[in-house]
Ligand binder design. Structure first.
Ligand SMILES: [Zn+2]
Ligand SMILES: [Zn+2]
Ligand SMILES: [Zn+2]
Length: 340
């Protein structure tokens, strides 16, 4: 795999690269800086030297691990994907576009409070007997580095698949969290089946038109999607969020006047769409919210084998009890919402 680290000045990307190299078998790949990617040309040389010298203390990069173009670096990793590589040299969106297409690549961003980054930077200056910049000057560098139009790094960090906030003042603490985090875990590169279908359910939820809550659902059998559903008013009726359901639009508390609600639930829509014939034994229902009681009895009736949900609702235990007694079933599986 290849990890790309990006982040603000002294946020800790070089410290993280060093950790990966020293403790997790990663090796550094360098990209010779491209003229177009040189972001800050008027910064003091001291600063640039500091930036460049941080990783190199782990040992000079062999020349075969220094690349002139993003393509040549990617070609190299394509041939050596089973080894672990890290780079801190992704400097612009165009380069990132190329990297992020590859299945072996993970972009990790790292951020830290600006006061702490200034302190780290100043400490580093003192160690090299250089005068540190005052906070205002550092903030100005930082603003350019992150937010300058077209070249600011914030356009990169926004696209990171994993985001770290490095607020620890000691390297030891950082190493401990990195050990727990295990960035080199290959599973980060690709969602597993449960994560994949749950993400599809969350995507379906975005189509919801119910004023009360967005919910999405996906029905799956043998790892194939049978149907999807989201909640809202039935077809040909005005959408709930355009006033279609008076009950939902009254804004009374949750659960009030449920019997007068015109909205179909995401699970109901997915079950209706699939039809009983296609559901059969072994079907799994993914829902981003735990099914309510009325949906649960329908789920039990059509013979769904397993229900996976990401967020609790106010009747999880009663729903679980119904599914349990409806067996044969693998029951209710609670998936922790992904923190990334
Ligand atoms: Zn509604
Ligand atoms: Zn309603
Ligand atoms: Zn329901």
């Amino acid at each position: 795999m290849l990890i790309g680290l990006c982040g603000g000045i002294c946020a800790g990307k070089h410290a993280i690269a060093e950790y990966l190299i020293e403790h997790q078998g990663f090796r550094l790949l360098e990209l010779a800086s491209q003229p177009s990617s040189r972001t800050i040309t008027d910064e003091p040389d001291d600063h640039l030297r500091l930036q460049a010298s941080q990783v190199s203390k782990t040992g000079a990069t062999p020349p075969e691990h220094i690349f002139q173009t993003p393509e040549s670096l990617l070609d190299f990793v394509t041939k050596h994907w089973q080894q672990r590589w890290v780079t801190t040299d992704i400097a612009d969106g165009e380069t990132l576009d190329r990297f992020i297409l590859r299945p072996f690549f993970l972009l990790v961003s790292v951020d830290a409070p600006v006061s702490l980054r200034w302190k780290r930077f100043s400490d580093r200056c003192w160690r090299r007997q250089l005068d540190p910049p005052d906070l205002e000057k550092f903030v100005l560098w930082n603003d350019r580095h992150l937010y300058e139009k077209d070249i600011g790094r914030v356009y990169l960090t926004d696209r990171a698949q994993a985001r770290l906030f490095n607020s620890s003042s000691s390297l030891e603490e950082l190493h401990q969290s990195l050990q727990t985090l295990d960035l080199g875990d290959e599973q980060r590169l690709r969602p597993n089946w449960d994560q994949y279908f749950m993400q599809l359910a969350s995507l379906a939820a975005q189509r919801s038109n119910c004023m009360k809550r967005r919910v999405g659902c996906v029905l799956v059998r043998e790892r194939r999607v049978i149907s999807t559903g989201y909640n809202g008013t039935p077809r040909h009726l005005t959408n709930c969020n355009e006033g279609g359901c008076p009950r939902c639009n009254r804004g009374d508390g949750g659960g009030v006047g449920l019997s007068t609600c015109l909205c179909l639930h995401a699970e109901e829509n997915a079950l209706l769409e699939a039809g009983r014939e296609r559901i059969r034994e072994g079907a799994i229902l993914y829902c981003d919210t735990c099914p309510c009681l009325t949906c649960t009895v329908k789920i039990a009736q059509v013979g769904i084998s397993e229900v996976v949900y990401a967020h609790g609702y106010n009747m999880d235990e009663s729903s679980a009890a119904i599914l349990k007694s409806a067996g044969p079933s693998n029951g209710l599986v609670y998936l922790q919402a992904s923190s990334e």
